[in-house]
Design a protein around this ligand. Structure first.
Ligand code: M6R
Length: 366
């Protein structure tokens, strides 16, 4: 049931404050000092001693995996590889018994992801699933699992499943950091607190929908778009581009901002919109210069920036503000305006938002 919403996708975008709360409900101590993940208790010894994490997934779930890579390395101090399940399964990957393989899948039925974990099965490595659909094939074929609890997702374009996957990955990375004694208790607590604040910050972003819709109206007829981000927001650039292309059929690409100079910057002229993710503190200055480079070539810049950022406002053609937050949780906020933008652009172009052409909700054939 779509309730008061015109499409499932819009409903699911708006459900995110609730779905994220559902993801961490019962998994965070009242005093915010600890995370409990019942699903990983049985494999905790393997988690603590794992030498490496390999994440396998497809599409949006693969993007969540890239955010996970950043979080696991930063807060868990463990090396991570993120693989397209389809590539991984047909290589001759080197998997060791002390590797932890994490399969991320909303549906739990994606053929390539399922085949990838079956391949791992033969090696003795521990397999953990992050799925949304309870009892799905991937959930059943893993040694342990953490459900995302995002609720049923109907729109083919994944939205709330993505933010719930990232919420689980954040909790796992923090838990791992604490158990491996590489994350000080004070930072652990601070980051848990930041995560708990995310739903109400997303509510703030959702309130700006009519302004975002106005920006959508300006760019609805473009034929190409670029998305750029750095660090933990680079995967969000990929996800923003995927959202736009799959539902509005506009050609879009996501890039790490520093890669622009290695090719894509040649595409920039007055007709090219560039969505710039400029809300993380670590790479802020560098993003500012990337935005200047785009402006110098007359590109249009739509920046996702921290509330009150006056500098970016002077340079960009449009700014969508997100509330101030810790960098660790910035993907959860920064993706929301991009989802809303894609949605409205697709609606204005008369596209079938919930069931885009040529796509299925779950890809059960390779
Ligand atoms: O069910 P899964 O998470 O395994 O699905 C993976 C992809 O097929 C999926 O994320 C796809 O890319 C979506 N259409 C993205 O919006």
């Amino acid at each position: 049931d779509k309730g008061d919403y015109e499409h499932f996708m819009l409903k699911e975008i708006h459900e995110q404050p609730m779905s994220i709360r559902d993801t961490f409900r019962g998994r965070v101590a009242m005093d915010e000092s600890k995370i409990f993940l019942g699903g990983v208790l049985d494999i905790m010894p393997q988690l603590i001693k794992a030498k490496r994490i390999i994440i396998v997934a497809c599409g949006t779930s693969w993007h969540a995996g890239l955010v996970g890579e950043y979080l696991f390395e930063k807060y868990g101090r463990i090396p991570v590889e993120v693989e397209y399940a389809s590539e991984f399964r047909y290589r001759d990957p080197i998997i060791q018994e002390d590797d932890l393989v994490i399969a991320i899948s909303q549906s739990g039925e994606t053929a390539d992801t399922l085949a990838a974990i079956r391949k791992v099965r033969e090696t003795g490595a521990t397999i953990l699933g992050i799925c949304n659909v309870a009892g799905s094939s991937i959930a059943r074929e893993t040694d342990a699992g953490v459900y995302t609890h995002a609720g049923i997702e109907i729109g083919v374009a994944s939205t709330k499943a993505f933010t719930s996957q990232i919420t689980v990955l954040t909790m796992m990375a923090l838990l791992l950091g604490s158990k491996r004694q590489v994350l000080p208790a004070s930072e652990y607590k601070e980051l848990i607190h930041e995560l708990i604040q995310v739903p109400s910050k997303i509510e703030e972003i959702l309130k700006q929908e009519s302004e975002i819709e106005k920006i959508a109206a300006v760019y609805k007829d473009v034929t190409n778009a670029l998305y750029m981000g750095r660090g933990i927001l680079f995967p969000v650039a990929l996800e923003g581009a995927l959202k736009l292309k799959e539902i509005s059929y506009i050609h879009a690409e996501g890039y790490p901002a520093a890669e622009m100079k290695h090719g894509p910057i040649a595409l920039i002229d007055e007709n090219m919109p560039v969505f710039a993710l400029a809300a993380n503190d670590q790479s802020y200055e560098k993003m500012v210069s990337n935005i200047q480079e785009v402006k110098a070539r007359k590109g249009k810049v739509i920046a996702i920036a921290t509330k009150g950022d006056k500098g970016i406002r002077k340079m960009a053609d449009h700014v969508i503000e997100i509330p101030e937050c810790h960098e660790a949780v910035s993907p959860l906020l920064a993706v929301v305006p991009l989802q809303i933008l894609s949605y409205h652009i697709a609606v204005m172009r008369g596209c079938n938002v919930d069931q885009p052409r040529n796509l299925a909700k779950s890809v059960t054939v390779e």
